[in-house]
Write a protein that binds this ligand. Structure first.
Ligand SMILES: NC(=O)c1ccc[n+]([C@@H]2O[C@H](COP(=O)([O-])OP(=O)(O)OC[C@H]3O[C@@H](n4cnc5c(N)ncnc54)[C@H](OP(=O)(O)O)[C@@H]3O)[C@@H](O)[C@H]2O)c1
Length: 235
């Protein structure tokens, strides 16, 4: 298979790329920073791109992907977390920054990919339980992942030949969680305490284990209705 993954410099995206490379597939990775281990692999192609720079994506990416041929799978994984605080304390500028990476860069990528001569067979956007839980403090991140779920559902209705899903990967012990671990316990935000308790338990696997689980779920996702919001913990 030929696979495109965003956010391959670290965390889930890096381990997912490694998983597919080790399974014999070709992987294109996009992030700002490279990943030394993946770069050594002969079937890995790295594209350095800041996904908040929309004009650059539109002008650079078609050229960089022109030799790629058809993608069997695209995993829109790159994302950023917002600061844990109340929505009333969160400015529109902060929300916009998170929406740009977590939602709008994915729209730009999808638009480029669906207009390719041979559009991808499957597009999966990495969502989060935060898209539906509405836990206090998750402001811009929750908003962005909820919007991402709907973005994917809408594209699924338009593009009948591509299988779309948004999928929550469960908790993963990555740099994204490091920020949560660094916060003081605050009864106002019970999810901080819950996530700290989940660290080093089966509830929060390593990125390597999470990538293996996600890859299995992405295969099974093809049997679900296109545009669905899925959670790996339900498979
Ligand atoms: N960790 C969890 O517990 C958890 C739970 C639910 C859902 N998720 C979701 O799972 C996915 C992966 O999360 P993770 O924990 O692996 O996060 P992570 O360790 O913070 O990695 C995020 C990745 O996104 C890339 N990225 C961020 N901003 C970017 C930008 N402006 N341009 C290009 N790439 C950018 C980063 O690369 P560069 O910095 O090199 O650009 C990095 O490779 C995300 O969609 C996240 O929302 C994670």
């Amino acid at each position: 298979m030929q696979i495109l993954i965003t956010g391959t410099s670290r965390g889930l995206g890096s381990e997912l790329a490694a998983y597919y490379l080790n399974s014999g597939h070709e992987v294109y990775g996009i992030s700002r920073n490279s990943n030394g281990e993946l770069d050594k692999h002969p079937r890995f192609r790295f594209i350095s791109q800041d996904l908040s720079k929309f004009d650059e994506i539109t002008s650079n990416l078609p050229g960089l992907l022109k030799d790629a041929g058809r993608f069997d799978l695209v995993v829109l994984n790159a994302a950023m977390l917002s600061q844990i605080k109340d929505l009333k304390d969160t400015g529109l500028d902060e929300i916009q920054k998170v929406m740009d990476i977590n939602v709008w860069s994915n729209k730009i990528l999808i638009d480029l990919l669906i207009f390719q001569e041979e559009p991808p067979k499957q597009i999966a956007a990495i969502s989060s339980g935060a898209s539906v839980y509405g836990n206090r403090g998750w402001n811009a991140y929750s908003l962005s992942k909820a919007a991402l779920n709907m973005l994917i559902k809408l594209y699924a209705g338009e593009q009948e030949n591509i299988h779309f899903c948004s999928i929550a990967p469960g908790l993963i012990d990555t740099e994204m969680q490091e920020y949560i671990f660094s916060l003081p316990d605050d009864p106002k935000f019970p999810s901080i305490i819950r996530l700290k308790k989940a660290k080093a338990t089966g509830e929060m696997p390593s990125p390597e284990e999470a990538a293996r689980i996600l890859a299995g779920a992405l295969k099974k996702a093809l049997k679900e209705e296109s545009g669905s919001y899925l959670d790996v913990r339900d498979f």
